[in-house]
Design a protein around this ligand. Sequence first.
Ligand SMILES: Cc1cc2nc3c(=O)[nH]c(=O)nc-3n(C[C@H](O)[C@H](O)[C@H](O)COP(=O)(O)O)c2cc1C
Length: 201
Amino acid sequence: MKNRILIIALAALTFTAMTSCSSSTESSNLDAVLENIHNRKSVRQFTSEPVSDEHREIMLKAAMAAPTAVNYQPWRFVVVTERAELDAMADVLPYAKMLKQAPLAIVVCGETTWMGGNENPYWDQDCSAATQNILLAAEALGLGAVWTGVYPNAELVNPLSEFLGLPGNVKPFCAIPIGHHDGTTQPKDKWKPENIHYGKW
Ligand SMILES: Cc1cc2nc3c(=O)[nH]c(=O)nc-3n(C[C@H](O)[C@H](O)[C@H](O)COP(=O)(O)O)c2cc1C
């Protein structure tokens, strides 16, 4: 009888330990995800330290993990690391002058045609999701990055398409300068409950 009670007590203890362990793992995952989202900020000043190939691939893999309409994955990426090319791209993109400091830029582009040769109405939304994933991965890697808008501004789309030699069915969506930073840029608090409507407006 004593043995049976001991076994039941041990089983209960093991169960409690297992459930509390899995719930603490869940809460630390949640903390890590939310910390990453809330710490992300636009970084526009970089040191000259290069971004490693490994980190570059982590960001590109994160980009390609984003959702896309009908899983079409229309994104294409142009990776620019040559100093002269980054400087020249900054001359084409007046709102992305920080390219002159950044050691890396990922230009998120979209294949605009899809089924039946029609224009994909979702390509820019798909590219937005990929862009945000790159920014979050950069934050998680301790890197700084900033989304600089290109599409749909024809004054940016056309010269950048020419600069990068893009085919006619591929449009540049945005350019993301990325690099190491001094850690002084702080995230903004944008929580505004008044922007939320419940049920109906
Ligand atoms: C569609 C879009 C276009 C943007 N274009 C530029 C840009 O051309 N140059 C720039 O310095 N920042 C650009 N930004 C970054 C915003 O200025 C920045 O996200 C905003 O000020 C909020 O700051 P935070 O990213 O630090 O939260 C852009 C952001 C988005 C989403």
